[in-house]
Design a protein around this ligand. Structure first.
Ligand SMILES: Nc1ncnc2c1ncn2[C@@H]1O[C@H](COP(=O)(O)OP(=O)(O)O)[C@@H](O)[C@H]1O
Ligand SMILES: [Mg+2]
Length: 198
C-alpha cells in the first residue's frame, strides 16, 4: 500500500491491482473475529442493488418531461446545479439540473451524460436517461447520499467504522475505477462528495 504514495505515477499500483489487493485483504479480515459492526455490510454497500436496473433501457434514453414528477427536496448541490429527488413512473430517482452561469452549455451538460449511458457496473450509479428539453439528467436515487455527508453523520454520532468497513468502501471505489479505466475513462474528480452510498 506504501506504493500508493509514490511521487512517480509509474510507481503507483493501478486500480485493478488495488481492488484485487483489497479483495484479498477483505477476505482475511472477514475471517478474523469482529466486534459488533456499527452498520451492516449491506447497509453500507456503495453498490446500488440491481433492483432498479430495468429502469435503464438505453433505447429509452430520451425521457418525456411529463413522466418526471419533481419533488421540492434538494438532495445536494453539484458542480453544475442542484440535484433533486423526483419520481419517474412512480419510482424515486435523482434529477441533476444545470444552473444559469454554469461553466458549460445546456447541450454540453446533456452530452456529458452520454458518457455514462452504457456504463453498467454494480459500483457505478446508473444514468437512466436525459430530458434534453429541460434539461435534466435522470439517475438512480441512492438513499445514503454522498459518502462525505455519510461519514460526517457518523462522526457527529461518534461512530467509527471498523478497518473492514473502511476497506470495503475502498474496495468498491477501486472496483468502480477499474471499470472506468477498462472503458478508457478517467474520473478526474474522485472525492467523497462524488461517491454515493446505496
Ligand atoms: N443519485 C443520487 N442519489 C442521492 N443523492 C444524490 C444523487 N446524485 C447526487 N446526489 C447528491 O447531490 C450532490 C451533488 O451531486 P454530484 O453527482 O456530485 O453532482 P455534480 O456531478 O454536478 O457535481 C451529491 O453530493 C449528493 O449529495
Ligand atoms: Mg460533484
Amino acid at each position: 500500500m506504501q506504493e500508493c504514495w509514490s511521487f512517480e505515477a509509474v510507481g503507483r499500483p493501478s486500480f485493478a491491482q488495488l481492488s484485487s489487493f483489497l479483495d484479498d485483504h477483505s477476505e482475511e479480515e472477514s475471517n478474523a473475529p469482529r466486534r459488533n459492526p456499527v452498520i451492516s455490510r449491506q447497509e453500507m454497500a456503495l453498490a446500488y442493488s440491481m433492483k432498479q436496473s430495468h429502469l435503464q433501457n438505453p433505447e429509452n434514453w430520451e425521457i418525456d418531461p411529463i413522466d418526471i414528477k419533481m419533488n421540492e427536496e434538494v438532495l445536494g448541490k453539484g458542480h453544475f446545479g442542484e440535484v433533486y429527488k423526483a419520481s419517474l413512473h412512480g419510482r424515486i430517482v435523482a434529477v441533476k439540473t444545470i444552473k444559469p452561469g454554469a461553466p458549460m452549455t445546456e447541450e454540453q451538460f446533456i452530452k456529458e451524460a452520454e458518457t455514462t449511458r452504457f456504463l453498467s457496473h454494480e459500483n457505478i450509479v446508473r444514468t437512466i436517461g436525459v430530458c434534453s428539453y429541460k434539461p435534466y439528467i435522470v439517475i438512480e436515487f441512492l438513499p445514503g447520499g454522498s459518502l462525505k455527508k455519510y461519514l460526517n453523520n457518523l462522526n457527529v454520532r461518534n461512530i467509527t467504522l471498523s478497518p473492514t468497513e473502511n476497506l470495503e468502501i475502498a474496495r468498491q471505489i477501486a472496483c468502480a475505477m477499474t471499470h472506468l479505466e477498462k472503458n478508457n475513462y478517467i474520473h478526474r474528480d474522485l472525492a467523497a462528495r462524488n461517491i454515493l452510498v446505496g
